[in-house]
Design a protein around this ligand. Sequence first.
Ligand code: G6P
Ligand code: ZN
Length: 542
Amino acid sequence: MTRTVSTTPFDDQKPGTSGLRKKVPHFRQEHYVENFIQAIFDAAGDYKGKTLVIGGDGRFYNREVVQIAIRMAAANGFGRIVVGRSGILSTPAASHLIRKYGAFGGIILSASHNPGGPEEDFGIKFNTANGGPAPERVTKAIYERASTITEYTTSDEADLDIDINGTFETGGATVEVIDPVTDYADLMEELFDFESLRSAIARGLTITFDAMCAVTGPYAKEIFEKRLLASPGSVLNFMPMEDFGGHHPDPNLVHARMLYDQMMGDEATDLGAASDGDGDRNMIIGRGIFVNPSDSLAMLAANAHLAPAYRNGLKGVARSMPTSAAADRVAEKLGIDAYETPTGWKFFGNLLDAGRATICGEESFGTGSDHVREKDGIWAVLLWLTILAETGKSLSDIAHAHWAEYGRNYYSRHDYEAVDTEAANRLVEELQGKLGSLAGTEAAGMTIAKADNFAYHDPIDDTTTENQGIRVIFENGSRVVFRLSGTGTAGATLRVYLERFEPADGDHDLDPQAALANLIKAADEIAGIERHTGRAEPDVIT
Ligand code: G6P
Ligand code: ZN
């Protein structure tokens, strides 16, 4: 029986960089989840009789919210609901299913790389019919609706058994529980030459993939070990856990340290890779060499033609503003457009839909292409594997050859986490206040050429998005960007992005922290990081 429940709005249901993210106890407040899901439905347009995809990264509270979402979707009039078995769908797999089934959209339950568990993080995100994260206009409408909501519609239907594949009729809708992996793995077989990858692996190409006890475990097992016949044990930490084994499922140098250490030592394989909680991020390491995400994007763009899906070339390359300009240099050489968008995958959606860009990437360990509308960790690993297989070169050789051709954008990101929110805001306000007078002044002995707050004009829908990060550009071409994270759940996270270009005939083998030392000093002089935050060192350096 469908029923309408009276409720009162919460004032904090504002989607951030990637959906609504809060601690689990916060989500567990009475009506909190229901209000937000109803706000999504109310704001999203005419979905009556249409298809909704539901799934998540399997973290704590995933199963409960999947059941709530199924009940509400049926009660609100969706015709068909496609659910990943056990409520599991990686973010790229969900994006693919929305497209494949011609769905109205999807509800993805994830807090990405944030930790999981009863006291940790949870998240709800809405993706639209193109398979991508809802654009600003939609997230704004969801927030407005959530801020004034007075009732939601649900039903008394019992929980469904979502642990077996099957079709159910419930509350007037058809619910299909499907295998979460098969469609996605099939898509990868269309994009890449599995035959050729299999024979390279048979000839000795080796891979280690760390699933970090998160959603990609079953996907990686199926693709790397079952379909590509990588040796058993190539996929580490493949059992998804509700609390990710107590770790942060964040593939970076801090949280994927074990993989990093393995790749720097005698146990290294040709390719080492890791993905995050919901499977959209990736980290790439070769024998003895870490490739930062900005470089990875550039190198993937330069070599994408080695995979069947990109044999005819790329339409364009897009990167988020804080991502290094390494990809722009590749685009220039290829004679294709390069786009610079704000942080957040949703900003790539229009460019991908309009056929302006084929490959996109962000410094935050995200790379993807127009095959879905999310970044895609396993996709990036398969493209790297293809490059190694087709060239027969080591990852280190590929990286060095790339820098020798294009020059190297030394790059690093310094994160100051859980900073007092007011202190972080004061830092940004003070910076903002002096933006107009920075040009011509010096920091750490370097002259500032230009300083601004990045605003993006979307060439497709003509919208403008402002205040997307403060950029300070020096006369020598180096750059520092200051930005507050939009994905944290505790206090504020200050991100400082540092970039210095070393020409093609320069020194490409410096430690990035050493190569950027002067810029790091300049960043503190300009923003007063220690003065405002009381922190002498960042918490995470990538
Ligand atoms: C998520 C988004 C990315 C974004 C990243 C960092 O992973 O999907 O598009 O780059 O968060 O965002 P933040 O606001 O924390 O820097
Ligand atoms: Zn993620």
